[in-house]
Design a protein around this ligand. Structure first.
Ligand code: TGC
Ligand code: FAD
Length: 389
């Protein structure tokens, strides 16, 4: 595998601070040295390299914007975005692992948890001693989580949970699950620990996408939890949706990482591959493909950077994040498909990265709100009218 050369057509690196570039380059080097050599093996085997968790923690990848007093790195949102970009340049499964841990587990505990819950879980989640998962989706309620059937009932001093979640990243390996359930009609978050009686998290197998990521069901059958398992703040669907805003922001950057990996691989390939006595890159149709892809990626980079600066200024809205997630997933999928085609038969070999990214990006386009759901979220922002129903 040749050294990665990032497309920076618009010289956006000049807009990054030295610290932002330093963190990005550190994570980039780690992904190249520690993750990419084993990426194909884990994709083929359908496994996640759990042995790398302490190194991910060392890089500050878990909850990078979490304040240091709770174990986080306390970096700005652009830096966090660059971390997600580099992770997904490795594999969408790697970025998923860190996104869920930070945006979907540490964030709800930080935003909705009690001081005791924060002190108990956040430092351990930051060091990777504890792994978390986020259980919102159910077998019959994915795009419409407000219809969820999982219920919590008050029982003495605690609660009893019943229900089933599906497609939950890291469920099987998680020490703590953030489970969203209906309590007296209102959606609330609960921290359910591994090993609690009645709670199991079997792994979902046979995926052809996001293979290097663990995906699980969460089965809750008369699960008794204490009073302190309820997240005291955050009520209604807007509580889990607030977490999704964090993770969707990460995907806006992450998807670009996958696209950049595909573009770089395709460009290098096209320069070396000889067809009809000429390098592929010397022909007009391949150049058109590369020009189209490079333009789309550059537009995506502009959007991600701008959204990051808005987030740092406290001006980012959920509807803006919908635009970023939707657009950059589409760009990345288009890039992967076009470069896969450019690379001919080699494009379907796992010896190259592009096919793996292409398969992964189908999941990335679906989870955290599908392309269609974000279309409707943007439509609602523009028109003031909801077309979900
Ligand atoms: P609606 O009535 O529109 O909204 C209910 C309340 O929520 C507020 N809200 C938001 N708040 C924060 N962030 C957002 N993005 C928000 N969107 C809406 C809204 O203002 C309202 O507040 P209030 O005060 O009036 O109560 O709800 P709805 O039932 O019509 O549904 C809206 C819809 C479709 C947009 C939403 O349900 C949705 O986003 N669906 C997609 C579901 C989704 O993204 N699931 C992701 C599951 S987690 C996952 O996939 C992890 S993969 C991770 C990995 O491995 O990387
Ligand atoms: P559906 O909601 O059934 O949608 C099917 C199709 O209908 C889609 O094309 C959709 O765009 C379209 N559609 C739906 N509603 C409308 C509408 N109103 N108008 C027009 N079209 C519509 N969830 C979690 O809670 N935690 C996780 O950690 C997690 N990890 C995941 C990991 C992977 C690998 C995958 C694949 C999924 C994961 N998910 C997770 C679930 C994910 O968020 C859902 O799959 C996603 O929200 C879509 O839900 P669905 O699959 O039920 O599709």
């Amino acid at each position: 595998m040749q050294n990665f050369r990032q497309l920076d057509y618009l010289h956006l690196d000049d807009s990054l601070s030295d610290e932002e570039k330093m963190v990005r380059d550190t994570v980039r080097a780690w992904v190249s040295e520690r993750y990419l050599p084993i990426a194909m093996e884990h994709f083929e085997n359908g496994t996640f390299p759990m042995n790398l968790v302490p190194e991910l923690a060392e890089l500050g990848a878990f909850g990078p914007t979490t304040p240091p007093e709770y174990g986080g790195a306390g970096v700005n949102n652009v830096t966090a975005g660059l971390i997600y970009q580099e992770m997904e340049r490795g594999d969408s499964g790697l970025r998923s692992f860190v996104s869920v841990q930070g945006g979907l587990v540490m964030y709800p505990i930080f935003a909705y948890g009690s001081e005791a819950q924060k002190k108990r879980w956040l430092p351990k989640l930051a060091t990777g001693e504890a792994i978390g998962c986020f259980g919102l989706t159910e077998p019959d309620f994915g795009s419409n989580p407000g219809g969820m059937l999982t219920v919590a009932k008050k029982d003495g001093k605690g609660y009893v949970l019943n229900g089933r979640k599906m497609w939950i990243t890291n469920g099987t390996v998680a020490h703590v699950a953030v489970v969203w359930a209906r309590l007296e009609g209102k959606i609330r978050g609960f921290l359910v620990e591994k090993g609690t009686k009645g709670f199991t998290a079997p792994e979902q197998k046979h995926k052809w996408s996001l293979r290097a990521s663990i995906t699980s069901e969460l089965v809750l059958e008369d699960v008794h939890v204490g009073e302190d398992s309820l997240l005291p703040n955050g009520e209604g669907l807007k509580a889990p949706l607030g977490c999704l805003t964090q993770a969707r922001y990460g995907i806006t950057w992450g998807a670009l990482g996958a696209a950049l990996a595909c573009f770089d691989e395709g460009l290098q390939y096209a320069k070396q591959r000889i067809v009809f006595e000429k390098p592929l890159a010397n022909l007009q149709i391949p150049q058109q493909k590369l020009a189209n892809v490079a333009t789309q990626i550059s537009l995506g980079q502009l959007m991600a950077l701008h959204l990051g600066r808005l987030k740092d200024d406290g001006k980012l809205t959920p509807a803006m994040v919908s635009m970023g997630k939707r657009n950059n997933c589409q760009i990345a999928l288009d890039t992967a498909r076009i470069i896969r085609d450019l690379m001919g038969a080699n494009g379907i070999s796992l010896e190259y990265q592009v096919g793996r990214h292409m398969c992964n990006l189908e999941s990335v386009n679906t989870y955290e709100g599908t392309h269609d759901i974000h279309t409707l979220a943007i439509g609602q922002e523009l028109t003031g009218l909801s077309a979900f129903r």
